[in-house]
Design a binder for this molecule. Structure first.
Ligand code: NDP
Length: 243
């Protein structure tokens, strides 16, 4: 049984990715969430409508021990399961000027996006290397490429994840495991629901926010066999806002 793991898959972009991997690539889905069990259950139903299995796994990607324990328990219960695709999507923002930034706002953002990548990917990597096949896709951000005022923590986390993507791709390419990053601009989701869309839209050449499904289409391509010669890349999806 082949599975794709999507972290933060209960809502938003992660939900769209999990659905697309089920629909387009017929992957069974290992759906991680942190707090919102109801949303995860709803997403599971949508995924299963595509004729695949969906297992929900609760853990905070920022907590190493909880993450490892969740994987170990799941593997014990599903010894035949193979995780072929990891999408590190879980991410949060805690915006504010750096001058006033509290340690917890720095730490939780780094823990979720950057340490989350380590906590999730490192324990699963050995199996991928052994199988000589795997796709690792990290959801980063425009902020991690250009930096964004008010988001020093988030820009650092995503920038670090971009560098980790490039470095890991070089380490494991010889085992046919690819590692890529997808960098969205403004995408409609709960993360951006309070934004003043009219102001931001003026800056975007395509004059609109993107949809989670548009990001999911790109991730699904990178997760597919068609993307076999792409690794170490950061692919922008931002309506032309930045290149
Ligand atoms: P949402 O806030 O809509 O959803 C976030 C998801 O991540 C939820 O499923 C949430 O689960 C999960 N999550 C949050 N913290 C953790 C954690 N510690 N452990 C496990 N899961 C967690 O965000 P988006 O869908 O908009 O964002 C998804 C990714 O895309 C993020 O990495 C974000 O940084 C990135 N991104 C988003 C952009 C946008 O414009 N929306 C732009 C650029 C990048 P739960 O509800 O259970 O807590």
């Amino acid at each position: 049984m082949k599975y794709a793991l999507v972290t933060g898959g209960s809502r938003g972009i992660g939900r769209a990715i999990a659905l697309q991997l089920a629909k387009e690539l017929q992957y069974n889905i290992l759906l991680n969430f942190n707090k919102n069990h109801k949303a995860a259950e709803e997403t599971k139903l949508l995924i299963e409508a595509n004729g695949v299995n969906c297992h929900i796994l609760q853990f905070d990607v920022g907590k190493a021990e909880a993450t490892t324990a969740a994987f170990e328990n799941w593997k014990k219960a599903n010894p035949e399961a193979i995780i072929e695709v990891i999408v590190n999507n879980a991410g949060i923002t805690r915006d504010g000027l750096f001058m006033w930034m509290k340690p917890e706002d720095w730490n939780t953002v780094i823990d979720t996006s950057l340490n989350g990548f380590y906590n999730v990917t490192q324990p699963l990597l050995k199996d991928m290397l052994r199988k000589r096949y795997g796709r690792i896709i990290n959801i980063v951000s425009l902020s991690g490429l250009k930096g964004n005022a008010g988001q020093v923590n988030y820009s650092a986390a995503k920038g670090g994840l971009i560098a980790a993507t490039k470095a890991l791709a070089q380490e494991i390419g010889k085992r046919k495991v690819t590692v890529n990053a997808v960098a969205p601009g403004f995408i409609n989701s709960e993360m951006t629901e309070d934004f003043d869309q009219n102001e931001f839209k003026k800056l975007i050449p395509l004059k609109r926010f993107g949809e989670a499904e548009e990001v999911a289409n790109l991730v699904s391509f990178l997760a597919s066999k068609k993307a076999s010669y792409i690794t170490g890349e950061v692919i922008n999806i931002n309506g032309g806002l930045y290149s």
